[in-house]
Write a protein of this length. Structure first.
Length: 226
């Protein structure tokens, strides 16, 4: 839908309603009250990114995925590869296997973000170590459209360590995959990790649903422990 509109060129783009469309979605999303919603009726989106590197100041997103959940069931997903406009760090390629050749003909992030924000606009964002992913997405949004995501997100690490294990510890995604017997098809791809994390999230939240009934209840697990 959006890709054709960008072919007009960069100059026309900044006079185009697409920028206002993205900014409006971000503003509405950031004001939405998700905290009072119950875990049974709210929509969640498990989000994951793969990037050119790990330095958030210089890295660019090359793979972005979101898996939508409602009623503890996966109902939809979004997945896209992105041309970062720069070379991918060889050390990062060893991690996720995505090369410059694989993304050279893919859309640029400015073409992708309108579709992505439309997909997640009614959802609570979830992920494992989600801060990095959301910070990357917000950086890309700010650089291209002048807006960012400011909603509270849920991290599967904190849900497990503080809501289930009840200890302030650090656990990786592989630990949770093994614990909850979830197979990840495409580990270290955005969609593979997001799908697997979605399954883990569903199992964890169902496990504690008698004690944590709202999004606010889950978010309380993310507060700094004193």
């Amino acid at each position: 839908m959006f890709g054709k509109l960008f072919k007009k060129g960069k100059t026309d783009f900044y006079n185009d309603p697409i920028r206002n469309y993205v900014v409006k979605i971000c503003e509405t999303y950031n004001k939405t009250d998700f905290l009072s919603r119950t875990i049974f009726d709210v929509e969640f989106c498990v989000v994951d990114t793969e990037t050119t590197g790990l330095d958030i100041n210089t890295a660019k997103i090359i793979n972005l995925a979101a898996v939508k959940i409602k009623g503890f069931k996966i109902i939809d997903y979004y997945n896209v590869f992105i041309n970062p406009g720069k070379s991918i760090d060889p050390e990062s390629i060893k991690w996720h296997g995505i090369t410059d050749e694989m993304v050279k003909d893919k859309p640029f992030v400015v073409e992708v973000m309108p579709e992505f924000v439309k997909f997640i606009r009614k959802s609570v964002i979830v992920g494992h170590h989600i801060k990095f992913d959301v910070d990357m997405i917000s950086k890309e949004l700010m650089e291209t459209f002048g807006c960012s995501l400011k909603q509270k997100c849920l991290d599967t690490m904190f849900i497990y360590t503080r809501g289930i294990a009840k200890k302030n510890d650090h656990v990786g995604l592989d630990f949770l995959l093994d614990l909850y017997k979830v197979r990840c098809n495409g580990r270290h791809t955005a969609l593979g990790d997001a799908m697997a994390t979605a399954e883990v999230f569903n199992k964890m939240v169902m496990q504690i649903s008698d004690r944590f009934k709202t999004v606010r209840d889950l978010y309380e697990l993310h507060r700094e422990q004193t």
